[in-house]
Design a protein around this ligand. Structure first.
Ligand SMILES: NC(=O)c1ccc[n+]([C@@H]2O[C@H](COP(=O)([O-])OP(=O)(O)OC[C@H]3O[C@@H](n4cnc5c(N)ncnc54)[C@H](O)[C@@H]3O)[C@@H](O)[C@H]2O)c1
Length: 432
């Protein structure tokens, strides 16, 4: 500031002001101007902060606008939160499920509620894919007594309020920006949800009393390039093939830090291509079904030298079993008041099916189930983050969680197609 006070408006004018009185007047004038503009500037900063619902969130992200519109709080809202999170079985747990209106979140929430656990959902209902599908999942959960709070995991005051109202024993963290290709279009949304949102959630969990145990979704995509199949948790994961993978990998490192410094019990689950009823419209099995029914040509990728693209497709019920087993075997966090009191559990598991299927076979199964011949177009696998082959080694999850997938692709797709046809009533809504 001081150099500004001494600066003349223009060098020439300053030289002509010989009288000390005039000089003082000018100085007062500049001071008044400076004070005035300082107030204007301060006012603008205050307006900015008061209009912003949470000063903890990352700026410059388009999905951040959604933070502003949420409505939460009040006695009626707190009553719904408490009732949804109330444990109804003798050894039940109370779980905050983030991303509860998402594909995996809906299934996990329903399964927890069925066995008498307390479940509260949290989701921002973003429009990465058709939000009406998220609303339909919400209605489904509502009928079984699960309330989904509408909000963003970046909203620290909201998360703190939830932990103030309910002493959650566990967090099942499934909220994320999923999808590999969308990162080319909206990279900020991956940073917002998968990095900033994760850190915000862990900060709140770290300060909660008691600290919850956290199980969260990483991804098979962390294996990236040049990993030999089957992928094992011991393999290197420092060559991510997409920004999505990089944010999931960063999440695993962030989890390590919070475990190490704050004593949070953390379990990361690397899901392998999950499919099933209420699935995600951005995934191939889903939009292949839609496009085959519409008679549209579907692109089938192949690797270099015509090599087959294959995925270790994993049925949703098997994934749900793995999630529940992870919650049930999660040890308590050891920190209190943000400080670690002893070593805490830190785990990473592959949750896959261990039988990769070529994408061409997936299409053949869909053709049979839909009784429609697909119009196939073989296309080179673009270099936008997709890998050619995934195959999970699940021996660690088998040993530690008793995880054992039981649904093959044929059986699982049959259930998916049955749901799809009834949900979209004969394909009518599929175009929407
Ligand atoms: N489905 C798969 O094949 C697969 C594979 C590997 C990893 N995963 C991971 O599993 C988790 C669940 O995936 P899914 O298939 O159910 O995806 P999904 O997109 O259906 O569900 C994610 C949910 O999180 C919500 N969400 C996103 N950002 C949020 C934010 N900032 N605050 C609050 N809510 C937010 C979305 O609205 C959505 O409902 C994700 O972490 C995903 O990366 C999924």
């Amino acid at each position: 500031m001081s150099h500004l006070d001494n600066s003349p408006p223009t060098p020439g004018k300053f030289k002509m002001d010989k009288s000390p009185y005039i000089h003082r007047l000018r100085l007062h004038g500049s001071l008044a101007k400076l004070t005035f503009w300082s107030f204007v500037f301060l006012g603008l900063i205050l307006i900015f902060f008061f209009r912003s619902p949470s000063s903890n969130s990352l700026p410059s992200d388009p999905s951040r606008r959604s933070l502003r519109t949420y409505n939460w709080g009040g006695p009626a809202w707190e009553k719904r939160v408490r009732s949804s999170a109330k444990v109804r079985s003798r050894h039940g747990i109370s779980v905050l499920v983030t991303g509860a209106a998402g594909f995996v979140g809906t299934h996990v929430s329903a399964a927890l509620k069925r066995r008498g656990d307390g479940v509260l959902g949290l989701d921002c209902f973003n429009d990465y894919y058709d939000p009406s599908l998220k609303r339909a999942r919400q209605a489904l959960l509502e009928r079984s007594g699960v309330f989904i709070v509408e909000g963003d995991i970046n909203d620290a005051p909201l998360l703190s309020k939830l932990f103030e109202v309910v002493a959650f024993t566990h967090v099942m963290h499934l909220a994320a920006q999923a999808g590999v290709r969308y990162a080319m279009e909206n990279p900020g949304s991956y940073v917002h949800s998968n990095i900033a949102g994760l850190v915000n959630l862990l900060e709140v969990c770290k300060n909660a009393n008691p600290q919850p145990a956290i199980v969260w979704a990483s991804s098979s995509s962390v294996y990236g390039l040049n990993t030999k199949v089957p992928f094992s948790e011991r393999d290197r994961t420092d060559q991510p093939a997409s920004l999505y993978a990089a944010t999931k990998k960063a999440g695993e490192e962030i989890a390590h830090t919070y475990n190490h410094i704050h004593g949070l019990s953390l379990t990361g689950l690397r899901f392998f291509t999950v499919y099933g009823p209420w699935g995600r419209p951005d995934m191939a099995y889903f939009f292949f079904t839609r496009d085959i029914l519409k008679g549209k040509t579907i692109p089938i990728f192949e690797g270099a030298n015509h090599r087959t693209v294959a995925r270790d497709f994993t049925y949703i019920d098997d994934i749900v079993k793995g999630c529940l087993a992870s919650l049930d075997t999660a040890e308590k966090s050891t920190g209190s008041g943000g400080k670690k009191k002893g070593p805490a559990q830190l785990r990473v598991f592959n949750l896959g099916n261990t039988s990769p299927v070529p994408v061409t076979d997936l299409v053949t199964i869909l053709e049979r189930l839909l009784k429609v011949k697909a119009k196939r177009k073989i296309t080179k696998l673009p270099r936008n983050g997709d890998v050619q082959f995934t195959h999970a080694n699940i021996s660690l999850a088998q040993r530690e969680l008793g995880y054992k997938p039981t649904t093959d692709l044929q059986t699982g797709l049959k259930k998916f197609v049955r749901w799809y046809l009834s949900y979209y009533s004969g394909g009518k809504k599929a175009s929407g």
